[in-house]
Design a protein around this ligand. Structure first.
Ligand code: C5P
Length: 392
């Protein structure tokens, strides 16, 4: 596998040389990026000699002219490991600042990332640093915590770079988990649907599409091939997914049924409108002082029809449920032909809808269930996919 090793300016930078060697011994190709500050402790020559690969510092260094190394390296890497990571580099990555090769590469990559911080214990406990670590974790970045001990500045506390074998083991785990759904084709419905009333008005719901986008991103990160049939949603879908845009439930139904036979997993995250207007006005309806009556007809149940269209597929439903009664979910599982239902409690304003966090109760046909706890939607999505994989 190809690993980019980022080294920032902590005194522990010298230990990155051993780390590079151990990663190579484990069979990986290692390319190193140094920050300017790291160059005070270690040199590009050291890493170029060790790894046999170019070692980059500046965003505009081009070992192969015209290839834009920051894009090229991000594209070719299977994982990025930053060890040691300083407070400065962690904060910059959390805020999306790209002022050197390493931080710019971090803006480009969609690959799994492991960060091993090393710094003064007070710096590690600093509120800004801890907030950046939480933010990056919520986006799916893995951390290997610094250990406690005597640090170079003479203080005692948590700030020493984790051991090299521990970083190598965490890197291997990162690479294995990014293969968990390798070869699995995942079809996801996402976002709300819009049911036209006339040419300018429609019936819809509060779905932001963030959960569907998170499931798509998590599935890609775990190595799946991903297609998203998406209603009009604000949350951006990951570039690696094939996106089929639709507007109405009828359109979503048509696309999902034609795609369903080619997929191994089908996950219904979309908040499909239950009804459509029977005879939408093709023009713009005029205001009627007496009010109007809309005639609503039921929409097809997309996920249930998808389960029927591909009985071999593992089909997962989502349910925005104000009630925690598992028998309601069990009834839906059997009526729709699902493997499991991921229920979220919409009565809790801390989670669900436009929130960046969620909490799922994953309920199976036999009534057993597992609780994700409250985490970012990306973390919850990753948890969900791992739980499903473990049960198959
Ligand atoms: O029946 P309920 O709307 O609670 O079921 C929710 C699950 O069913 C979600 O996975 C949703 O995407 C899916 N669904 C569907 N088509 C509908 C209604 C719901 O695919 N018409």
């Amino acid at each position: 596998m190809n690993i980019v090793l980022g080294v920032s300016g902590s005194i522990a930078a010298y230990r990155a040389a051993d780390l590079a060697r151990e990663l190579m011994r484990a069979g990986h190709t290692v390319r190193v990026c140094l920050t300017d500050a790291a160059q005070n402790f270690v040199s590009t020559v050291l890493f170029e000699t060790l790894t046999g690969q170019p070692c980059l510092v500046d965003t505009f260094q081009e070992p192969i002219p015209g290839r834009m190394a920051h894009i090229d390296w991000a594209r070719q890497a299977d994982a990025i490991v930053i060890a040691p990571a300083t407070a400065n580099t962690i904060n910059k990555i959390a805020q999306g600042i790209g002022d050197n090769m390493l931080t710019t590469l971090m803006l480009v990559t969609t690959k799994p990332v492991l960060i091993a911080p090393a710094m003064n214990p007070n710096m590690y406990l600093d509120d800004t640093v801890q907030a950046s670590i939480s933010l990056l974790k919520s986006r799916g970045v893995e951390f290997i915590e610094p250990t406690e001990g005597d640090v170079a500045c003479g203080e005692h506390g948590q700030g020493k770079l984790a051991s090299i074998p521990a970083i190598v083991a965490a890197t291997q785990e990162l690479l294995t988990s990014s293969d968990l759904l390798s070869g699995v084709r995942v079809l996801i419905t996402s976002g709300p649907t819009q049911e036209p009333i006339d040419a300018v008005r429609y019936i819809s719901n509060r779905s932001s599409g963030k959960m569907g986008a998170a499931v798509a991103k998590a599935a890609l990160r775990l190595g799946a091939t991903v297609t998203v049939v998406s209603g009009p949603q604000d949350a951006p879908l990951p570039l690696g997914a094939t996106v089929v845009p639709v507007r109405t439930a009828a359109e979503m139904h048509g696309e999902v049924l034609s795609l369903a036979p080619d997929f191994d997993w089908i996950i219904g995250v979309a908040a499909v409108a239950d009804y459509h207007v029977e005879n939408p006005d093709p023009g713009k309806m005029r205001r009627n002082p007496d009010g109007i009556q809309l005639s609503l007809a039921p929409n097809p149940d997309i996920i249930a029809d998808a389960a029927r269209a591909n009985p071999k597929a593992t089909v997962i439903g989502f349910a925005a449920e104000p009630s925690q009664d598992p028998s309601i979910a069990q009834e839906k599982i059997s009526r729709k032909g699902l493997f499991a239902i991921a229920a979220n409690d919409i009565s809790n304003s801390e989670i669900g809808f436009s929130s960046d966090n969620n909490r799922l109760n994953l309920i199976f046909a036999d009534g057993s269930s597992v609780d994700s706890g409250v985490h970012s939607k990306f973390q919850v999505a990753t948890w969900l996919l791992r739980e499903i994989r473990a049960r198959l």
